[in-house]
Design a protein around this ligand. Structure first.
Ligand SMILES: Nc1ncnc2c1ncn2[C@@H]1O[C@H](COP(=O)(O)OP(=O)(O)OP(=O)(O)O)[C@@H](O)[C@H]1O
Length: 297
């Protein structure tokens, strides 16, 4: 199932490889000259401003779109789990999480339950999708994608509609899925300045590949600075402080073993988060900070 590299050996565990790939519509290039490859176990994050071609690139990777020029090669039998940016769901129709999971997948009960359990939403199996919170909905979409046991997960803005504490928890979950399954992950980030800490490679897109590298090197790159001009505050990494765990029923298990209904500081369980590892460059603070997680500048 792995791709053969040019020498014919199965050296690099490569799942997908785009070479000079581009898409043209109505005489306009939506993206052009994209070189990108994702290997098993790798997390690649695409960032870029609105309209930069991130979703279009994700669709090239999944095969939803064919390139107008260049090549897209996928490993044979590659299984892809895809969470698109937008879903066309008729919200007036009742739809349970159980049915959402099976809308386009044939799934046995065991795989369905395992995916809901892995994403921490087993208790929501019969809940109405339209009643889910932003974070629960994204977990349901993630569950749907991993139930296929994909080699490659393509997640187009998987933290949309989720608050900061929820974002870090979701990124943590995505990293755990990568660690447990060894799948490759293409992640499209909604945030130009924050990428999940486990990202191996960042590609900064603006109709073409503006720059690429580790989060650290992209952050320092002149192209990144030029693209975002005065807004270039550097890239920082999401990190997650584990002094408590959210149980599936919504209660909170604290580091001292006690359980409370919520995780507010007045519970008296929260620790001062000074002393985190500091990553990234520049200064960035959305002013959203709570006891569970901290974004570092
Ligand atoms: N089918 C299409 N036909 C014509 N233009 C398209 C089509 N799909 C996307 N576009 C245009 O291509 C450009 C890139 O769109 P894309 O959705 O890939 O951007 P994006 O980086 O994901 O943006 P956002 O961050 O806003 O989601 C946009 O200008 C968009 O209007």
């Amino acid at each position: 199932m792995l791709m053969q590299d040019k020498s014919g050996s199965q050296g690099r565990n490569q799942l997908v490889d785009l070479q000079r790939a581009g898409i043209q519509r109505n005489g306009r290039w939506l993206v052009r000259g994209v070189d990108l490859s994702i290997s098993r176990g790798e997390i690649l994050t695409l960032i870029g401003p609105n309209g930069a071609g991130k979703s279009t690139t994700a669709k090239l990777v999944t095969g939803v779109l064919r390139p107008s020029e260049g090549t897209v090669a996928r490993a044979g039998d590659l299984r892809i789990g895809y969470v698109p940016q937008k879903l066309s769901i008729d919200w007036t129709m009742p739809l349970s999480v159980r049915r959402l999971m099976r809308l386009t997948n044939t799934l046995c009960d065991a795989d369905l339950l395992a995916a809901l359990s892995a994403t921490g939403i087993s208790h929501l199996i019969d809940a109405e999708v339209r009643h889910l919170s932003g974070g629960e909905f994204q977990r349901a979409l993630l569950a749907r994608a991993i139930a296929r046991k994909p080699d490659l997960l393509v997640l187009d803005e998987p933290v949309q509609g989720v608050d900061f504490a929820g974002e870090t928890a979701l990124y943590d979950l995505i990293r755990q899925i990568r660690d447990a399954t060894g799948c490759g992950i293409l992640l499209i980030s909604h945030d130009l300045h924050m990428v999940m800490a486990a990202t191996d490679t960042v590609i900064c897109l603006n109709g073409h590949v503006c720059c690429r590298g580790t989060p650290d090197s992209v952050s320092r790159s002149e192209d990144y600075q030029r693209l975002f001009g005065a807004n270039a505050r550097g890239l920082a990494l999401y990190s997650h402080q584990h002094d408590h765990t959210h149980l599936p029923d919504g209660r909170v298990l604290h580091g001292d073993g006690s359980i409370t209904d919520h995780c507010h500081p007045e519970d008296g369980h929260h620790h001062d988060h000074d002393g985190h590892d500091h990553h990234g460059h520049g200064h960035h603070d959305h002013g959203r900070q709570d006891g569970e997680a901290t974004r570092h500048a």
